[in-house]
Design a protein around this ligand. Structure first.
Ligand code: NDP
Length: 423
């Protein structure tokens, strides 16, 4: 456990992480120098590059994931996200922190065929030729097979059109992409496989691309909290725990609430995904698709009071993140952040990310069913208000202190306070 981290200066925080062995002195220096990307990297990563757009990188503390202490890097523009994650992780620690389960880590490549004479017959042919398809696919990307991955199996789906007629045959190649996210390698494999299948089934290929609905890479994070720990001067812990369960049940019934419930989860998830150099749009798309798997958009997490009387939370999401390839191999801080989390495998990163999502959800629900979210949120938002009002470094603390005493804590009040200080 690291305590009072937030009271230290930036240099002291980095020194502490270095002393505790979370990062090397060299990596610590990179944090301090806070480098922008080199012009070569920035100009070659995207098109029409004109500048860079820095966001703050912070760390969430107190995380115990599968028995290991983790300092979690988070890139986020919203105040209170990192504090909420750290708080949720702290409360989950006494009963073992977060435990995770990963049954499979594969990506799905889709080959979509149209204009088939007989869709069911085409499906039968593909099923019969599964071994041949796997062989052709693996020959297209031998390096991943050498690393222990490659195509694991072939699945077929007949897709009906608007009038209920079987129209498309979609073939899924379920691919073990090892430590990469795998989008590019999957697309290479699909292109190489499409032409042979086309000849066998006499159909037209509509497209071939990976699916971001990554339900072959589901990760479950679980935690337990003793309700007594939730008791404060104003609230009874058992009462809060029961209300968290009820609030989650409600979020499974109402998509309007589910969207906000899930936004809180994604606050945590996106921040770590970004810090790891992974593609956050891919993770967002997969998460929301999975939240709709029962035919209606639902809450992503579950909370109950278990047999031991503890509040128990569970979050399952597709988490096909990588630790090599794509932007990860190009962004210098993405590699340092891997070092910070002390991870060696993509599965470890995925477990940490889903655990952060659950911690974030727990903190948000705890606040919402008791004192409301604004109290905690605003106390952290006040600094942003002071800066927005134009306060200089030397004025921020005074504006924040005075704004905290005001009933209405908004931009206009911050500006009035700043004017008074200056006059
Ligand atoms: P890359 O194209 O960079 O492929 C991964 C690279 O990592 C390969 O060159 C591979 O080498 C190398 N590698 C080294 N060690 C390993 C290992 N242990 N396991 C696996 N690979 C290893 O990246 P991805 O294929 O992962 O694609 C990710 C990118 O694709 C992201 O930037 C994403 O934004 C983008 N993308 C996303 C799409 C989507 O989500 N719909 C669509 C298209 C692109 P080798 O080749 O020698 O095997």
């Amino acid at each position: 456990m690291i305590s009072k981290f937030y009271q230290k200066s930036r240099q002291e925080r980095i020194n502490l992480l270095t002393e505790r062995g979370f990062v090397t002195a060299e990596a610590g220096k990179l944090f301090i120098e806070n480098p922008l990307l080199s012009e070569t990297i920035a100009d070659n990563m995207i098109e029409n590059q004109i500048s860079q757009f820095p966001l703050p990188l912070g760390v969430a503390l107190n995380f115990l994931v599968d028995g290991k202490d983790v300092v979690v890097p988070m890139v986020v523009e919203e105040p209170s996200v990192i504090a909420a994650s750290s708080n949720g992780a702290k409360l989950a620690r006494p009963l073992g922190g977060f435990k995770t389960e990963i049954k499979e880590r594969c990506m799905i490549g889709q080959l979509i065929f149209k204009d088939l004479v007989d869709v069911e017959e085409a499906k039968r042919v593909v099923q019969e030729k599964e071994a041949e398809i796997i062989e052709i696919a693996n020959l297209a990307y031998p390096s991943i097979v050498k690393r222990g991955g490659g195509v694991q199996r072939v699945e077929t789906r007949v897709i009906e059109n608007e009038t209920g007629e079987a129209e498309f045959l979609t073939i899924h190649l379920i691919i073990d992409v090892q430590e990469a996210m795998g989008a590019n390698m999957i697309n290479t494999i699909l292109e190489a496989t499409a032409s042979s299948i086309k000849e066998w089934i006499h159909g037209e290929i509509l497209m071939q691309i990976l699916s971001n609905y990554g339900d072959a890479s589901l990760v479950t994070a679980m935690c337990e909290v003793d309700p007594k720990q939730l008791t404060t001067a104003d609230y009874d812990g058992q009462w809060i725990a029961e209300r968290i369960v009820e609030a989650t049940r409600y979020a499974h019934l109402d998509p309007y609430r589910a969207a906000t419930h899930n936004k809180g989860i994604m606050n945590g998830i996106d921040s770590v995904v970004l810090a790891s150099g992974n593609d956050f749009r891919a993770i967002e798309a997969g998460a929301h698709a999975y939240a709709s798997r029962n035919g209606r958009y639902e809450a992503m997490s579950y909370w109950c009071i278990n047999e031991a009387g503890n509040l128990a939370g569970e979050l399952t999401l597709p988490m096909p993140v990588g630790i090599v390839g794509g932007a990860i191999s190009v962004l210098p801080l993405a590699k340092v952040n891997q070092q910070l989390m002390q991870i060696q495998y993509a599965t470890e990163l995925a477990s940490i990310i889903v655990s952060v999502g659950l911690a974030q959800n727990f903190s948000a629900l705890k606040a919402l069913v008791s004192e409301g979210i604004q109290k905690g949120h605003m106390s952290l938002q006040i600094k942003s208000l002071a800066i927005h009002a134009g306060a200089k470094e030397s004025e921020i603390d005074e504006v924040v202190a005075k704004l905290k005493q005001e009933k209405t804590q908004n931009l206009a009040t911050a500006q009035q306070i700043l004017d008074k200080i200056r006059n």
